[in-house]
Design a protein around this ligand. Sequence first.
Ligand SMILES: NC(=O)C1=CN([C@@H]2O[C@H](COP(=O)(O)OP(=O)(O)OC[C@H]3O[C@@H](n4cnc5c(N)ncnc54)[C@H](O)[C@@H]3O)[C@@H](O)[C@H]2O)C=CC1
Ligand SMILES: O=C(O)C(=O)Cc1ccc(O)cc1
Length: 296
Amino acid sequence: MFKKVVIAGVGLIGGSLGLALTKRKLAEEVVGVDPDQDNLRLAVQLGAVRRAEVLAEAVPAADLLILATPIGVTLGVLEMALPYLTPGTVITDVGSVKGRLVERAEAMLPAGVHFVGGHPMAGREVAGVAGAREDLFDGASYILTPTPSTDAAALARLKLLVRALGARPVELGCREHDGAVALISHLPHLLAATLVNTVAGEHTEELLLKLAGGGFRDTTRIAASNPAMWRDILLTNREMVLEAVQKFRQQLEHMEQSIRDFNREELVQSLERARDTREALPENRKHVLCEKLQRR
Ligand SMILES: NC(=O)C1=CN([C@@H]2O[C@H](COP(=O)(O)OP(=O)(O)OC[C@H]3O[C@@H](n4cnc5c(N)ncnc54)[C@H](O)[C@@H]3O)[C@@H](O)[C@H]2O)C=CC1
Ligand SMILES: O=C(O)C(=O)Cc1ccc(O)cc1
């Protein structure tokens, strides 16, 4: 499918892409670029990349460049790669927030080099290549964010790649993407962290954690994720996250009022609506929700 794939940022997501590309024979060679030498060595050992290179040697022969870095440095890495890019290279990223990234990337690229924004809706609570998994993207949605100037052939190649990873390509505009992930990924993260902190703020914290059963575990699993990554996500998608918080606050206040008023009908209506919506959630989340997988 690809001759040379270069992954800049061989962490959890970059490493998982490297493993999937290699194990599924989707690329002749996968090369890693990362300033963290220990992580890079481990990536080679685990087979996520065949070897490590620096951007200047890796990029010229790349037919696919995947930017899998923290969102704050993605554009900087692309800028550093600019002098080495050759026509025909397709570039994609995996960032959790798009903002103006795609617009800026498109504006800086030379003719014949094509950028298509990407975002796999799959992850784990651990950072670094040590947590990378070949099957991370199996059954997941994988968002692509084409624009009116996106090259149709580059988009088609990335859609094929996404399918070959076992994921389902979903096309969204950047703003639409950021609004959607604010509600279904960023807000849940914020709430999981807030829920844990609510318990952590009690003087009986130790007892409470001892008593906590599946409900607390299930609703707070993602609070164990990488804090630096989530800080970047929440601040980069600030506007959409604040809108989502506002919507959540309205729902919470509605529930609160039903309880205050002893309004049995309204309370059960809210709970029934939530149950029915939750039951209709497509069942494709083995990589995200399956506890067994996390323990492996
Ligand atoms: N962790 C998750 O569950 C998901 C994360 N993402 C996105 O994937 C991206 C990467 O996240 P993770 O893989 O979780 O993080 P990670 O921390 O596991 O990996 C990031 C890697 O980028 C490297 N890096 C930092 N600066 C670099 C530079 N200048 N050049 C090259 N490499 C550099 C780091 O050394 C690290 O190995 C983020 O943009 C995040 O928003 C997307 C979906 C899920
Ligand atoms: O929110 C989730 O479903 C996860 O647990 C994994 C995850 C984290 C960050 C992303 O940008 C996308 C997926």
